[in-house]
Write a protein that binds this ligand. Structure first.
Ligand SMILES: NC(=O)C1=CN([C@@H]2O[C@H](COP(=O)(O)OP(=O)(O)OC[C@H]3O[C@@H](n4cnc5c(N)ncnc54)[C@H](OP(=O)(O)O)[C@@H]3O)[C@@H](O)[C@H]2O)[C@@H](O)CC1
Ligand SMILES: [K+]
Length: 495
């Protein structure tokens, strides 16, 4: 569940080698063995291991030896002349060479030909040992050619640590990347394969314990998991009453449907009371569980709430968001979810107005781009940086929506949400998320917890709606209906 950057990994490798006195070649041999096991699980008759010049390549040479011992017809294609290899990569090559592993120097077409020849005997697997955490620039020349060749042949591809071309820290793709079937990550999954676009290249990620000692602290990113919220959410005993679970205020503007979704979602996520107020509140049709306040003035309607949701369906009333936040703070209301059009009043074109208190901003990539003054394509290529920048500059928790939603805090902590699928790619699901996050904030969770648990529940509800109704037919209302089942899944994983 931990997600590490290249820099963190380098420091852990260094500690293990220097302080714990485990020689690097021992770690790499464990890595080679773990990758060989992953290759064998594809039941190939032959394997082609493609090695680069660094330690990722060293893992590849050692893996080739283990595959040979397992009776697989293995050959290495190397991008550099082994005579020029340095340090541990040189030793790894010698070990493989002494064991009789066959190898040849890369030339364009060689991977394709070697795989085609091997396919005569049965299933073939390719091992990507070209670049790991050391990738530092776009792939060009033979590195680009070999990646294209690997991606064109029909074979299972097992990537060592990260697929070549994926930046292990950021998930950016350096021009092109190996499309892996399986990625075997050493010691911990790299942040770059947890978030998009990197995640789309990694296939199934397995983590191998190769004996690296890791220092785990707040600086380490992780996947959101229910166990993180044990004791904070989900337990209710006989002595609790509606006042124990807070009141959330949902601001209603001109588009009432969005506010209705947010209000229902907030109720299903367990808040003690959902209050709607603002201009559109009185005219709307609300479920009987929703309390409608007659005040059209948002701060006055929500003065006794613990949290607010500002954004869903506000439309052209969103320009008042900033004044509302100030007035709410004066009444002691300093937590909430800010979404949709209201986000523009926190930031636009890179100009930020910081938000004080426990607030969660929930932009989708287009809204994030508008806030930062970036292109949407830049936000999608560098999602971690985008989320971090919004959090740091706004002083609020940023939740950047999309597959593998990223949650960042102003002080640099990071979570990646593992739940959710294409069922959520429909209008209104963002309003549902804002309602859930507001509900959790009103129940007392801090902004980081509310954002990460909110994304988790919302994502799981989306998956469940897709399973019940197909990803094509599932709507935002269906996601609301599945929230109780998402909550059951949450409670079950705490057992
Ligand atoms: N350290 C340890 O003890 C352990 C390490 N382990 C393993 O080692 C991996 C990290 O190894 P690493 O640091 O040697 O980096 P790696 O990814 O092999 O790159 C090598 C060199 O490639 C180059 N290069 C960069 N970009 C390029 C490009 N676009 N196109 C062409 N070349 C490019 C660049 O050198 P440059 O050309 O810039 O001089 C870079 O230094 C890690 O992922 C894991 O698998 C684990 O098994 C556990 C123990
Ligand atoms: K690799």
């Amino acid at each position: 569940m931990y997600l590490v950057t290249s820099e963190q990994m380098r420091s852990f490798d260094h500690d293990t080698i220097e302080t714990y006195q485990v020689p690097a070649i021992v770690l790499m041999d464990h890595a080679g063995r773990a990758v060989a096991d992953a290759v064998l699980s594809h039941l190939p008759k032959a394997a082609v291991v493609v090695c680069g010049k660094g330690n990722n390549g060293a893992d590849g040479w050692l893996c080739a030896r283990w595959l040979k011992r397992a009776g697989i017809a293995v050959s290495v294609v190397t991008l550099v002349d082994p005579a020029t290899l340095q340090a541990d990569a040189r030793l790894a090559h010698s070990i493989a060479d002494a064991a009789g592993v066959r190898w040849q120097l890369y030339e364009p077409g060689v991977v394709r030909e070697t795989v085609a020849l091997a396919q005569a005997t049965g299933k073939v697997a390719i091992v990507d040992a070209i670049l790991g955490t050391g990738v530092s620039r776009p792939l060009t020349g033979e590195f680009a050619l070999v990646v294209d060749e690997i991606n064109q042949v029909q074979a299972a591809v097992v990537a060592i640590d990260v697929p070549t071309g994926v930046n292990a820290s950021t998930g950016e793709v350096h021009g092109r990347a190996v499309q892996a079937t399986t990625t075997v990550a050493m010691a911990a999954e790299k942040l770059g394969t947890a978030v998009t676009p990197g995640a789309l290249y990694a296939g199934q990620v397995r983590v191998a314990d190769i004996g690296i000692e890791m220092r785990l602290d707040d600086a380490i990113a992780m996947y959101t998991h229910p166990a993180l919220f044990r004791g904070q959410y989900g337990d209710r005993d006989e002595l609790t009453h509606k006042g124990s679970f807070g009141r959330v205020g949902i601001a209603v503007g001109t588009m009432i449907g969005a506010a209705r979704l947010a209000a229902l979602a907030a109720a299903k996520a367990g808040v003690g009371m959902v209050v709607v107020g603002g201009e559109g509140a009185k005219g709307g049709e609300w479920a009987p569980d929703i309390v409608v306040r007659s005040q059209t003035d948002v701060p006055a309607a929500f003065a006794d709430c613990q949290a607010v949701v500002i954004g869903p369906g506000l439309g052209d009333r969103a320009h008042r968001a900033q004044a509302w936040l100030r007035q709410l703070a004066d009444c002691g209301v300093r937590r909430g979810a800010i979404d949709a059009d209201a986000l523009a009043f926190v930031a636009q074109d890179g100009r930020f107005t910081p938000v004080a208190g426990e607030y969660v901003l929930t932009p989708h990539p287009k809204e994030a781009a508008r806030m930062l003054g970036w292109d949407v394509s830049a936000v999608q290529a560098r999602r971690i940086e985008a989320a971090r920048e919004i959090a740091m500059r706004s002083g609020a928790v940023a939740l950047l929506k999309g597959y593998r939603t990223i949650i960042a805090t102003p002080d640099g902590r990071l979570r990646v949400n593992p739940t959710g699928d294409a069922s959520l790619a429909v209008a209104g699901t963002g309003d549902v998320l804002a309602g859930v996050v507001g509900s959790l904030l009103a129940q007392g969770l801090d902004a980081f917890a509310a954002a990460s648990l909110g994304a988790w529940l919302h994502g799981r509800a989306g998956e469940l709606a897709g399973q019940a109704l197909t990803r094509v037919s599932a709507t935002a209302s269906d996601v609301v209906h599945e929230l109780p089942n998402a909550l059951k899944a949450y409670l079950q994983s705490l057992r």
